[in-house]
Write a protein that binds this ligand. Structure first.
Ligand code: PLP
Length: 390
């Protein structure tokens, strides 16, 4: 029996650059001490108070079907938070709760694309992007940004691909680079979106993790609200990756259609998870700051540790839980470097190539192990890179 083209085309087969990750996991499972700087998972667990709120909600009977768009108090809390952070008037009617940012990425593209439409995204990109766009039936079109521009897109790069496209997906603070888009970059993106009548999908799941500069949402730029859909998530801001809870902020006319989609796909998010998310949001910024603090601290430790070496260059980052290192001075590809580093030093990093062609010759370092082991890993990584350039 033949499967659909849609589902068989989600991944294109072949090496996707995750070999290093699987090899590292196998070595770890075999008992080796691996310094794992690979995936975006906090080294702390979901806060005990949040788990208590989740338990209390379930224990008092909140275990049935939940409201598909999300429970009213949670939608209102998200709207209030969005309005307070962005200055854009927002009500619960602009919000739908989703099972994490990933489901929101899929739903937003389903909402704005017809089969065969061209859907743009910026390379380097979060690894699920191409597959998500293809799952929505679109033709995925990466736009390569360049290391010499610190991976911020230029007008030329955007304008060439924008003609005839239907949507553009952006992500700031960025995974994998940690780059936060400047005011000029965001203005440029908004201008190109308006000039080419594109839907703009803005993945802002790292919006609470800003270490330098400020977070800007395109939804707050003039003339953008009606064409912008924003993706939010509790995964990174509250260390709730396993709870699967996020949201979409959309024009009011779009939300009922997103509810139709949820009704026929996810059927919403469990009520006790939503209660826990509401509890977490009600804790205010203190908890978010606490969750992000290790990454802010480790980023500074990394800048200190990497100072003075020519063997690797740190891409100037402003946010998120990652650092991007340019290892081209070693003469190796990101993948070869990562594999050699794993063999020689038992340090696992992600090859830049796992995140698109633009990040070739780079590696992504997740700042997700404790400070001492993090500095040890970086110090050994630098020495290893230096040995290759010597
Ligand atoms: N967007 C980006 C840029 C990410 O890095 C991630 C997860 O790592 C997601 C979306 C999806 O996050 P979640 O589905 O856990 O909210």
């Amino acid at each position: 029996m033949q499967l659909s083209n849609r589902i068989t085309n989600i991944t294109k087969g072949g090496s996707d650059g995750w070999d290093v990750f699987y090899k590292a996991r196998a070595m770890k499972n075999a008992g080796q001490d691996i310094l794992e700087l690979t995936i975006g998972e906090h080294d702390r667990k979901t806060d005990a108070q949040i788990l208590r709120a989740m338990y209390d909600s379930a224990a008092t009977g909140n275990t049935g079907y939940a409201s598909v768009p999300g429970m009213q108090p949670l939608r209102e809390a998200i709207a209030k938070r969005v309005e307070a952070r962005t200055g854009v008037a927002t009500t619960f009617e602009n919000i739908i709760v989703t099972p994490g940012g990933q489901a929101a990425l899929f739903a937003t593209h389903m909402a704005v694309l017809d089969p065969g439409d061209r859907a743009l995204y910026l390379d380097p990109y979060y690894a699920t992007y191409p597959g998500t766009l293809r799952a929505a039936g679109a033709v995925d079109v990466p736009i390569e940004t360049r290391p010499e521009n610190d991976f911020q897109p230029t007008r030329d790069e955007l304008a060439v691909s924008a003609k005839g496209a239907r949507s553009l997906l952006i992500n700031s603070p960025n995974n994998p680079t940690g780059v936060v888009y400047s005011q000029d970059t965001m203005q440029l993106i908004c201008d190109v979106a308006r000039e080419n009548d594109l839907w703009l999908i803005s993945d802002e799941v790292y919006d609470t993790q800003i270490w330098e500069g400020e977070h800007r949402t395109p939804r707050a730029f003039a003339g953008m609200e009606e064409r912008t859909l924003v993706i939010g998530s509790m995964s990174k801001s509250h260390a709730m990756t396993g709870s699967r809870v996020g949201w979409i902020v959309a024009p009011r006319v779009v939300v009922p259609r997103l509810i139709d989609l949820s009704t026929s796909t996810t059927y919403g998010v469990p009520g006790f998870i939503q209660e826990a998310a509401l509890f977490a949001l009600n804790q205010g910024e203190t908890l978010e700051t606490d969750v992000g603090a290790p990454f802010q601290r480790r980023r500074l430790l990394a800048y200190e540790t990497l100072k003075g070496t020519n063997a690797v260059r740190l891409v100037p980052s402003g946010g998120a839980m990652y650092l991007m290192l340019d290892i081209r001075p070693t003469g190796l590809s990101g993948e070869d470097f990562a594999l050699a580093l794993l063999d020689a030093e038992k340090i696992a990093v992600m090859p830049g190539e796992s995140f698109g062609r633009a990040a070739a010759g780079h590696i992504r370092v997740a700042m997700t192990i404790d400070d001492d082991r993090f500095i040890t890993a970086l110090t050994r990584l630098v020495a290893f890179a230096q040995s290759l350039t010597a």
